[in-house]
Design a protein around this ligand. Structure first.
Ligand code: PLP
Length: 440
């Protein structure tokens, strides 16, 4: 812990350089950002421009320090600029950033993934979670010769057309249930079920017999805030999909190597046919992957007819970051440490809220958590929607001014890293107490 986090918790930070950059950015980039939630639209105020990160902390363009619980939306499970990751990437980059030809690191990372997730018998690396989900869907449709898919209200799988219907994350945060530019055909092929409601899935599968290629789910919902699967829910999906000849696709872009080394499929003991990965397996570099049963993945070109390709896929820099991250996560005690840190944060936030009489429900799955401003419980989409987003916005702004950077939306996960410890929790809970005391 350096002296930076001991800066006064109550002094609103001046951010003139961020303001100047944002003014320029709005002229150059739509909304001034390259991804919608970054714009602070749901919480008010102006986005903070980051200059650098180290461990659990980031510094903005004006030199203000923040404890970062957003951690680039999940990839940075080791915190910012982890020395092992930096060394691996530096070494790789010095030998060339991209070959557009096979390199040994792809093989090494694939082996590490399969060791941890045996159901991912074969995989293909791509450059984002969006690309991975889109490509996995193509395989599912090709394998089943069916067009329709079932997804869940509030779940997010990247911005490919058919998965944007009733999507979570930025679409939910900004109140965009569908988006212009998605064809009617894509929307019509997407059936929407309710998370943690098996009957809603059964109804759709029954009404669309022989037509549904895949049921696609975040096994722990993370993009309407964190919601864990109810007992029996994922098992029920496995049984239903098998009975209907429909593939079960787990989007583990967030949960992969996060809720445990083998992701949600290991934590909850349910084996999907296809798995979508991203974030942690790229250690903070642009990466995604999709994989699963050998017979399904063998359909992907060039071994099969399903076309999918990528100029930068499997590039050595991203592979090196992923390998270094997965190796670090394989050290003994890492997931126990993450669990302990996240549990302490959960308890601290709950205590602070209780003391101030603020209704707060904290949902947590391993090192993912979301404090919902509602008495709860939050077990599905409707429960999440009951949260007080105005109050979250006030809380977010108070925390930001106290030097704590949170995901700028009520409907997102906070990401705990191995770099976070007692000092960060104490500072965060102290800031939360003050925020609650002032009505935020
Ligand atoms: N799937 C899930 C569960 C995600 O949370 C995200 C992004 O946050 C994606 C897919 C899309 O990944 P990317 O932003 O890398 O395209």
């Amino acid at each position: 812990m350096t002296a930076d986090t001991t800066r006064p918790l109550s002094a609103p930070a001046a951010r003139p350089e961020s303001a100047r950059l944002f003014a320029r950015a709005t002229d150059l980039l739509p909304g001034g950002v390259d991804s919608p939630v970054r714009a602070f639209g749901a919480v008010g105020g102006q986005p903070v421009f980051f200059e650098r990160g180290d461990g659990p902390r980031v510094w903005d363009a004006d030199g203000n320090a923040y404890i970062d619980w957003m951690c680039s939306w999940g990839p940075l499970i080791l915190g910012h600029a982890d020395a092992r990751v930096v060394a691996a990437v530096t070494e790789a980059v010095a030998r060339g950033t991209s070959f557009g030809a096979p390199n040994r690191r792809e093989v090494e990372l694939a082996a590490l993934v399969r060791d941890a997730m045996p159901a991912v018998e074969m995989m293909r690396f791509v450059s984002s979670g969006t690309e991975a989900a889109m490509s996995a869907l193509r395989v599912a449709r090709a394998a089943t010769d069916r067009d329709k898919i079932v997804k869940f209200r509030g779940c997010y799988h990247g911005h490919t057309d058919s998965l944007l219907v009733d999507a979570g994350s930025g679409a939910l945060t900004l109140g965009i249930p569908g988006t212009p530019g998605v064809t009617r055909g894509a929307a019509a092929d997407t059936l929407v079920a309710e998370y943690n409601d098996l009957a809603s899935v059964e109804k759709l599968l029954d009404a669309n017999r022989g037509a549904v290629a895949a049921v696609v789910i975040e096994p722990v919902a993370g993009n309407m805030g964190v919601i864990a699967p109810a007992a029996g829910f994922l098992e029920g999906l496995r049984t239903l999909t098998t009975a209907h000849g429909t593939l079960l696709m787990f989007d583990e872009v967030i949960t992969g190597f996060r809720v445990g080394p083998g992701g949600a499929q290991e934590r909850y003991g349910v084996t999907p046919d296809l798995t979508v990965l991203g974030k942690i397996i790229g250690g903070g570099m642009p990466v995604g992957a999709y994989g699963g049963r050998r017979d399904l993945m063998a359909m992907v070109a060039p071994s099969g007819p399903v076309y999918q390709a990528g100029t930068l896929s499997g590039n050595p820099a991203a592979m090196a970051a992923g390998i270094a991250t997965l190796r670090a996560l394989a050290e003994p005690g890492v997931y126990e440490q993450l669990e302990t840190t996240a549990a302490a944060l959960e308890i601290g936030l709950l205590d602070a809220a209780r003391a101030a009489g603020v209704p707060l429900a904290v949902n947590r799955a391993g090192s993912l958590l979301t404090p919902f401003f509602t008495a709860g419980p939050v077990t599905g989409y409707a429960g999440a929607m009951a949260a007080d987003t105005e109050r979250f916005g006030a809380f977010f702004r108070a925390m930001l001014d106290a030097g704590v950077y949170l995901p700028p939306s009520q409907f997102e996960a906070w990401f705990v890293s191995t770099a976070h410890g007692d000092a960060e929790i104490e500072a965060t809970v102290t800031a939360a107490r003050r925020a609650f005391a002032t009505g935020a």
